[in-house]
Design a protein around this ligand. Structure first.
Ligand code: PHE
Length: 451
């Protein structure tokens, strides 16, 4: 960006919240959360999850907001600006790489959701049995190019929105998609709860079975909190750089974490009672959404409509998260390399789609390519979710809690002293010790150092 050009930020407070909540609410809330909550003790998991969201997610999010809005720059520029003459800019570079890589596999699954919108629209699940639904899924993901085409399509839409810019792209579309997402999910919840035998699903989700909550489950809750809130990846920091100086950061973060948690719980209510009502075993991960749910939908009255709605919901959730990831490297190229937004977006979307192409094809033609015993997709997911994300989280805590002058943080959080900030000392204490220690625990657990 030319230095004399004014930087465009979010137009309204509501727009900022829609965009930030859009980044947080994603595939993580809808296909991942209901299953892990259910298998890790339901209500017990939920309690631990909410505890982590408040104790760690909230302070780390607020730290990212504070840094981004303070600098009014991209992730790379933020660290160079706040820590001049140090190597902290490398952390900015790491965030950019992490966001790019996450998008490369996130785009794969989001591409699948588009195919499922299409399959539902063309009523392809009608009259199929469990095995056939399973076959539709496996044939599709292993097809030599079908998934690739949807992947390219999804990335093109993502790039199209980002090319529109902060206000006319990100803010505008988040303000359209987020309310629609809410309407769809609430309709799905009502429908799911009205089915006979649905209480069993609610019990699976909410009844606190503390005996089922293991140490692994507790760490899964922490990892999920991080992924779900989009922490440690430069996305919140980049979006925060567009928040108006008048907005209350604390307030916005509370709204974002509330929305994110609410959508995760609503997704559980939309999915699990329906699954139980038909006596289907709730399956793990992608299977729950792409194999189990189509079976459920086709047994419902107006099943086609529910299926279309659900997969549109999933697509919106994926899209509002994907744009937040793409914005991280785009903002970097525009501001640091003086590239035009459209050029930067086109270039990055192409590169990410190519990397993502390998992820997409790793279920089909490239399925035999193994990295440390995983296919390309799983290896990429593992690297991002289990390594880059926790590192990003710890570095944010260290930067804001230890390196940066606390007066700067207080100034920014309080809008130069005009807002009263309570519990600031406790906040810093969490950032300095508690949050990094907890993240370190997830890390050590992932590597089997502690079990
Ligand atoms: N929070 C998103 C989800 O739950 C994923 C995400 C991670 C988005 C990191 C942006 C950055 O699906």
């Amino acid at each position: 960006m030319k230095k004399d050009q004014a930087r465009i930020g979010f137009k309204s407070n509501l727009g900022a919240i829609a965009a930030l909540a859009g980044s947080a609410v994603g595939l993580g809330n809808i296909w991942k959360f209901p299953y892990i909550a259910g298998t890790n003790g339901g209500g017990a998991f939920l309690l631990v999850y909410i505890f982590f969201i408040l104790l760690i997610g909230f302070p780390v999010m607020l730290a990212e907001f504070t840094l981004g809005r303070r600098s009014q720059q991209n992730a790379f520029g933020t660290f160079r600006f706040l820590a001049p003459g140090t190597k902290w800019f490398l952390f900015g570079a790491l965030s950019i790489i992490a966001a790019t890589l996450i998008l490369s596999f996130y785009g794969t699954v989001s591409g699948w959701t588009l195919e499922y919108v299409w399959l539902s629209l063309t009523n392809s699940f009608e009259g199929t049995n469990a095995q056939e639904v399973n076959a539709i899924y496996t044939d599709f993901i292993s097809h030599p190019y079908k998934a690739l085409l949807w992947h390219i399509g999804f990335m093109a839409i993502t790039a199209g929105i980002i090319m529109g810019g902060v206000q006319k792209g990100i803010e505008r579309y988040s303000k359209i998609m987020m309310p629609l997402l809410f309407i769809i999910i609430i309709a799905l919840c009502i429908n799911s709860m009205s089915l006979p035998g649905s209480t069993q699903g609610l019990k699976f989700l909410f009844f606190p079975e503390f005996s089922k909550l293991t140490a692994n489950g507790i760490l899964a809750a922490l990892g999920q909190a991080f992924f779900s809130l989009s922490l440690g990846m430069g996305t919140l920091l980049t979006y925060a750089s567009y928040i108006s100086k008048r907005d209350n950061l604390m307030n916005i973060s509370l709204k974002v974490i509330t929305t994110d948690t609410l959508v995760a719980v609503l997704a559980g209510i939309a999915i699990l009672p329906a699954v139980f009502s038909f006596g289907i075993d709730p399956q793990a991960g992608p299977g729950l959404v792409f194999i189990t749910l189509p079976q459920v939908f086709q047994q419902l009255p107006l099943g086609e409509l529910w299926a279309v709605s659900f997969f549109i919901l999933l697509t919106f959730a994926g899209l509002t998260s994907a744009i937040s990831m793409l914005e991280v490297p785009v903002a970097y190229l525009v501001e640091e390399k003086n590239m035009k937004r459209t050029t930067a977006t086109g270039l990055l979307a192409t590169v990410i789609t190519i990397i993502g192409g390998f992820n997409t094809l790793s279920f089909g033609p490239l399925r035999n390519v193994q990295i440390l015993g995983m296919n390309i997709f799983d290896a990429c997911d593992y690297l991002c979710s289990n390594i880059l994300l926790p590192i990003g989280g710890i570095l944010i805590c260290v930067f804001a809690g230890w390196y940066l002058d606390k007066a700067i943080i207080l100034h920014e959080m309080s809008n130069e002293g005009s807002l009263k900030i309570r519990f600031f000392k406790v906040y810093i204490l969490i950032l300095k010790y508690i949050a990094p220690a907890c993240i370190l625990l997830i890390f050590l657990n992932i590597f089997g150092v502690i079990k």
